[in-house]
Design a protein around this ligand. Structure first.
Ligand code: ZN
Length: 458
């Protein structure tokens, strides 16, 4: 297939996918959030049953958040099983590890103690632009250029996620950014896979069960996407899928169609960073042209949903009549979602269950969303999109899965049921076989959330 020009393959306005503001609109309808009902057999799940009840002694600790109007401690969130689909290996280093590895090679860092260094990353990554955010990776990438360092970082990432009760994780990184000291692409992948195995075993010794998979990233601004696609295919039994990341504006996925064609022919699932710093057209290209099963971020999807009352969402005709469809102050965007109208692309993504890997803290830092309370994830969830919650870069956002959910509960009105639904969505969107996904949902996630919901509050 020849590489199409940007113009020829860009989102046709008002044609195949009319925008919500100008094209014919369809009533979105109110779709109830997933109730997390058990379906299927779940016969071959590879995870053991998690401890279903969070430690009651911790229930009163931490910030108070709401579980359907009932005060809920952070300890509950720390205990319930979680799934992360979007977590960058080079964005999740422990600050202490970064200091040690930098010391070994003489790389200068902006701070010399772990606490100050961790603070520097969050501050530097909060400049409000994706391009500025990405410059913080200069430091982490600098120390991840040997097999030993890659193995250590991967091992610690798995251990840290498991300690946060993450039961299934997909870690991702771009092998081409780790060749500076002479490692080959396959050596780089081998080193990370060794670390994932070691971390999984160490977590098990600590009493935590986690399944961790690897995705390989190509970079939008580079020309090695086809080579990375072949690397994924060569490691098909050990690498779960493919992603493309990097600066979005000016670097369309259309420049990488040969890679996506190879992946499609080899039945490799693909996710694409899109709709983070660029608009609807970028999401359209990811889904329609690159064949993405999941979208990294996808915040710009609100441009195709009228009447949400959120930044980027076109006004609905009812707004001019003075009808109040704005989000309520305390309930996130629920009010807006009830009256939203979807354009064709939004319908397509919702109706086919294309998973949105949203990263609330990161999205606020890069300016993709104004705040946690105004983040589109809440409205999209109410509308029945397959939203998932992710860390993106734990170091740059000073975050964890527990932290992301805590913020959504305290700032955007989420309940424990919302957390469960997003976790089920993530498990069902995992790049593993359907029976494995069902096993995680039915044997691990649902029993634990049911138990947590029934746990008497202290
Ligand atoms: Zn990302």
């Amino acid at each position: 297939m020849t590489q199409p020009s940007d113009a020829a393959a860009s989102l046709p306005s008002g044609a195949a996918f009319p925008s919500a503001s100008s094209g014919p609109l369809h009533d979105a309808g109110a779709v109830p959030p997933c109730e997390g009902k058990a379906t299927g057999s779940g016969q071959s799940g590879s995870l053991g049953r998690a401890d279903p009840a969070p430690n009651r002694a911790t229930l009163a600790a931490g910030a108070g958040v709401s579980a359907g109007g009932v005060a809920l401690g952070r300890g509950v969130l720390e205990g319930v099983p979680k799934v992360v689909l979007h977590d960058h290996l080079d964005g999740g280093l422990r600050a202490g590890t970064l200091l040690e590895l930098a010391g070994e090679i003489g790389h200068e860092l902006p701070a010399s103690d772990p606490g100050a260094l961790a603070e520097w990353f969050v501050e530097a990554a909060s400049a409000g632009s994706l391009e500025r955010y990405l410059t913080t990776f200069d430091h982490t990438l600098a120390v991840m250029q040997t097999s030993a360092a890659l193995t250590r970082v991967a091992r610690e990432a798995v251990i840290d996620l498991a300690a946060d009760a993450v039961v299934y994780a997909e870690l991702r990184f771009a092998p081409e950014l780790h060749e500076r000291r002479g490692l080959g692409l396959q050596q780089i992948v081998d080193a990370v896979l060794a670390g994932i195995d070691e971390g999984t075993q160490e977590a098990r010794r600590q009493g935590r069960t986690i399944v961790a998979k690897l995705l390989l990233d190509a970079m939008r601004q580079a020309d090695r996407s086809e080579q990375i696609a072949r690397l994924v295919i060569d490691n098909r039994t050990r690498v779960a899928g493919y992603d493309i990341a990097g600066p979005e504006k000016g670097f369309p996925v259309l420049h990488h169609m040969a890679a996506f064609e190879l992946l499609s022919e080899a039945s490799v699932p693909v996710t694409v960073h899109a709709g983070e710093s660029d608009g609807l057209n970028s999401i359209w290209q990811a889904v329609v042209k690159a064949g993405a099963r999941r979208i990294g971020h996808g915040v710009a999807l609100v441009e195709d949903i009228a009447g949400l009352g959120l930044p980027g969402s076109p006004a609905g005709p009812w707004d001019e009549d003075g009808f109040d469809a704005k989000p309520s102050a305390d309930g996130g965007a629920q009010g807006g979602a009830e009256f939203a109208q979807l354009g064709e692309l939004a319908h397509w993504i919702r109706d086919w269950g294309i998973v949105l890997e949203m990263c609330p803290s990161s999205n606020v830092q890069t300016g993709a969303a104004e705040s946690i309370s105004a983040h589109p994830i809440t409205a999209l969830k109410r509308l029945g999109f397959a939203v998932t919650v992710n860390t993106d870069n734990r170091l740059m956002s000073g975050t964890s899965m527990t932290q992301e959910f805590t913020r959504l509960m305290s700032e955007a009105g989420w309940t424990l049921g919302d957390v469960r639904d997003a976790t089920v969505n993530a498990a069902k969107g995992a790049f593993i076989h359907a029976d494995e996904r069902d096993g995680i949902v039915e044997e691990v996630i649902l029993p634990a959330y049911a138990a947590a919901g029934q746990t008497p509050l202290a």
